[in-house]
Design a protein around this ligand. Structure first.
Ligand code: RIB
Length: 311
């Protein structure tokens, strides 16, 4: 069973539900507001842990020395994530202000807090543990040089590198050369290839182009359009999304990444469909981490035991 190491952010999400997102200069009223666990790194770690059968999931990152930090660490442990790599820093815990509209679409403002305090030394101190994993999963919510160092160490030790360069801000394209599996959304794919990506066809073209920049496998997530896949062996595929009632899309991409990392490392032939199904279930529920399905729930959707079907 594969062991997955996620290096990334831990946030407390402040989630506001609104009818419509405010325009610049506009004030709108939220119908509900609440705190819930999030952070792209933590979400992907929980997604991997819930998707796993027996494998271990390790998270490397940081929380602040405050109430939220303690709560988020507890939530990770409850979800079966090994938190020995999460340090507590004399900072505030990372926070994300998430606004979700009636259609389930979100906007997110991230306050890095302790996530900005993760260092190369921290990664190096954890190296002996994470180089024993099958894959290392990274995003772009901790300092870039730290992500880069983790990639280098993983490559030197034969550990697969899965990179989800989100948020896109300040990404270093050179990091594609240290990436084995790249998972990007339409906007991120368009940024790297320099043309728009809007559907399965353009997604496949972009995935193929991205394979020439370093990664052996590229997945472009297309929301309701499913995912487009290409690899260096010339395989290309579009996997349709499931048609589901959309409640909240927050963390759906993270759910896809965590589930795909596990399923791909397991060698599942249906790894893409497994991850698409996990993400589909996530959008039917509120919140980021709390919306992530278990392996059993995802299998049930794949087996047609749940009423929703592929688009
Ligand atoms: O991808 C969703 C996540 O992005 C949220 O949980 C928020 O914390 C931000 O990191």
């Amino acid at each position: 069973m594969p062991n997955i190491c996620v290096v990334g952010s831990v946030n407390m999400d402040l989630i506001n539900r609104v009818q419509q997102h405010p325009l610049p200069g506009q004030t709108v009223r939220a119908s509900t507001t609440r705190y819930a666990p999030g952070g792209k790194g933590a979400n992907q770690a929980v997604a991997a842990a819930r998707a796993s059968q027996e494998g271990q999931t390790l998270l490397v990152g940081a929380v602040g020395a405050d109430l939220w930090g303690n709560q988020l660490l507890e939530m990770l442990k409850v979800n079966g994530v090994d938190t020995q790599g999460v340090v507590t820093l004399n900072e505030t815990t990372g926070m994300a202000v998430v606004t979700v509209d009636e259609a389930g679409e979100n906007t997110i403002v991230v306050v890095p807090g302790a996530n900005a305090g993760v260092t190369r030394a921290h990664i190096e101190a954890m190296a002996s543990v994470f180089v024993q994993c099958d894959a290392i999963v990274l995003q772009n919510e901790i300092p870039r040089e730290v992500t880069l160092r983790a990639m280098e160490l993983a490559q030197q030790n034969g550990v697969w590198v899965l990179w989800n360069p989100s948020p896109l801000e300040g990404v270093d394209e050179g990091m594609l050369g240290l990436t084995d599996i790249l998972v990007v959304n339409q906007t991120e794919a368009a940024h790297f290839v320099g043309h728009s990506v809007s559907d399965g066809d353009s997604g496949q073209v972009a995935a193929k182009e991205l394979c020439r920049k370093g990664p052996a496998i590229v997945v472009v997530t297309l929301g309701a359009g499913g995912v487009a896949y290409a690899d260096v062996f010339g395989n290309m595929e579009v996997v349709p999304a499931f048609t589901v009632p959309v409640v909240d899309t927050t963390g759906a991409g993270d759910t896809f990444v965590g589930a795909f990392a596990v399923a791909r490392m397991e060698g599942r032939k249906d790894a893409l469909r497994f991850a698409v199904a996990a993400a589909a279930l996530a959008v039917t529920r509120q919140g980021a981490q709390e919306a992530i399905p278990s392996r059993q729930e995802t299998e049930q959707l794949l087996d047609g035991e749940v009423g929703w079907s592929p688009a």
